[in-house]
Design a protein around this ligand. Sequence first.
Ligand code: SF4
Length: 237
Amino acid sequence: MTSAGRVQKGSRKNYQKELDKVLEMLPREYPGRVPTLLLHSCCAPCSSYCLEYLSQYFEITVFYFNPNIYPPEEYEKRVREQERLVMEMPSRHPIHVIEGEYDPKLFYEMVRGMEHLKEGGARCHACFSLRLAVTARRAASMGFDFFATTLTISPLKDAAKINEIGTRIGAEHSVRWLPSDFKKREGYRRSIELSREYGLYRQDYCGCVFSKKEREEQKLQDTSRITYFWEKDESRL
Ligand code: SF4
């Protein structure tokens, strides 16, 4: 911390290293069995690398809970791609998928008053909180060992904030939060390769109506300053 109370850049926690520590302890903490993980997924492309990586250590259930997605046809498209990926992807330990409730009212109530904010701000933090709280509740009620989210793979999302929210919510629901920063160690790049391999549908906006509008405005301005997700790094592959 600086004297002004700001967190210095270099002091940010490396959540990939935090994940490494947990993975290393698993055989001792869960002797003779494979631990279970409820993995919140935002979309099939983001989940691809996370599943390839984490299914070496866990029996995973993908939890598709995203009431933020607009419009409903887009939601349908994304959830079906998620199911297809889970069916087609080989894995060391079994992977299952369950769909949460799609009730956009939950999202609009959660972000009321923050509709006008830009992607990456407080509206997104509320959106993360909603999705992680429901995931944690489900993980606790179904007896999972851990819960986690694919959201930290996105270069546009603040992994530290997601981990901070996940840690808090995990403590509130007495279920272990699995820390992550999946974009480290080329996770994001690998997700693009896997998405190509499986021919996954790749959206060009985060998910909510506000991000869709923001993206459409950026496209109209034809600015190279802001690019979204896949467009950003694809040329570097
Ligand atoms: S931009 Fe994405 S993370 Fe932010 S509120 Fe919209 S859907 Fe949620």
